[in-house]
Design a binder for this molecule. Sequence first.
Ligand code: FAD
Ligand code: NAI
Length: 472
Amino acid sequence: MSKKLHGEIVVIGAGPGGYAAAFRAADLGKNVILIDRDAELGGVCLNRGCIPSKALLHITKVMDEAASLSKMGVTYGSPKIDIDAVRDHKNRIVKQLNTGIAQMAKARKVQTLHGLASFVSNSEIKVLNEDEEISVSFDKCIIASGSSSAMIPGIDTSHPSILTSRTALDLKDIPDDLLVIGGGVIGLELGQVYATLGSNVSVVEFFPELVPGADKDILRPLVLKLKKQFKSIMTSSKVVEVKPQKDGKLNVVIESNGKKDDHVFDKALVSIGRKPNTSMLNIESTSINVSDSGFIGVDVYQRTNVENIFAIGDICGNPMLAHRATHQGKVAAEVACGHAAAFDVCAIPSVIYTDPEVAWAGLTEKEAIEKEIPFKKSEFPWAASGRAIAIGANQGKTKILFDPDTKQILGVAVVGPGAGDIISEGMLAMEMGSDAEDVSLTVHPHPTLGETFGMAAEVFEGTVTDLYIPKK
Ligand code: FAD
Ligand code: NAI
């Protein structure tokens, strides 16, 4: 070993969980070392996930909106896409944020190390990079090493025509025919980006519905739009074989309802979920308990079964979302610094940043019915919202599930532009234990899409005046 270091708090992984944990611990006065195998800080979220995908989704949303103006009397010509400039724009955004995180680390005197971290024992890790091997001992360690794309066994992932979200975001070209394997969040977001940029997109989803975790009614406006944008959506279907051809195209055998068909695609994006990055940690040299699927078990204080080792974010399991990782990171840092904290939240919101956006949090109707949880549903259709009509978002909807006894909010779901922002009010209402009356008596600005949240509560209260609901 060429170098030896000691950190009061050592964080493995500089994603939204890891850098939040490192910065919080430094703000609480600790000597912190933050390690990442990537050259840039920010993890999957910033470098190859949330931010680059949202930068591209913004571009394609504006393209789509510009085209839709023709119905309102304003017509543009067909867009000219300079794919290199689009890629540069996305990369500049990522770079700007990389720089910001590095500056914040420096300002807080967090020592950053570049290299692959692996455990030696319950109190030491080694960090290996191109130049050196560093031994790092620690009082407390926070594992925030995240997740990577899961792959289908038997598919040659090194083939240039087989994409993961990472390579799809590299935006090398716009394939004429793109197959998306997995109709979940990544498949729909990146599928919509590629479809708007000009690809014929086909989606294969194993289950009978896209995004199986969300309520069908809330997904409907998105599915209707995707049916127009995509070449085909094959649900209850699976890819049986992918055979690369000499010309680089892919021969794909897809089985739908027991019938196998051959298809040819230029490229295929595999988006069938993500797996934890546990295998590179040499976790066997510690006493940390890991599940069969590789996730690290933690309690509400983000502690593993080893007293001085914590874990946060994707490495701990679902839902694999940046905001969950960040909140858990802060909890782990505070507990590691001896403060009273716990990850004890009512709900974690899910958002699909497609156009329209889909967002839900807390109890879904699907789950309530499956688990026989009593609820009362209240909805406000955006077809009755002046603002939604003005912007052509009549298909949207805001839905709240209430506890029939306490009238408190059990779950919220929204579909339409800005759904991911509107759901935040539902989150606050749930965390505050607000009931239908609290929400309906809160003055919402008019005309906004946000007021549909208040009006959904008014529907429950029977006080709504923007809809006519005949008395039963
Ligand atoms: P990560 O962000 O995965 O960071 C882990 C870091 O640890 C990485 O930099 C990795 O290189 C490093 N690392 C791993 N092993 C080691 C090791 N042994 N030594 C050193 N370093 C190591 N979530 C949202 O909430 N909203 C979104 O809009 C969203 N969009 C997404 C879009 C895409 C295409 C993808 C793939 C994901 C998206 N996610 C989104 C999910 C989100 O990116 C993750 O939930 C989040 O990044 C998890 O944060 P984390 O801190 O747990 O780990
Ligand atoms: P996902 O779990 O959202 O969707 C995967 C889909 O693939 C599921 O619908 C599943 O039924 C299907 N599937 C699995 N195996 C299949 C097979 N062999 N053939 C056909 N379909 C198959 O996973 P995804 O889209 O890869 O995203 C991973 C995670 O990244 C998400 O779960 C989420 O946590 C995070 N993410 C979050 C985003 C956001 O918050 N907006 C955006 C992108 C990713």
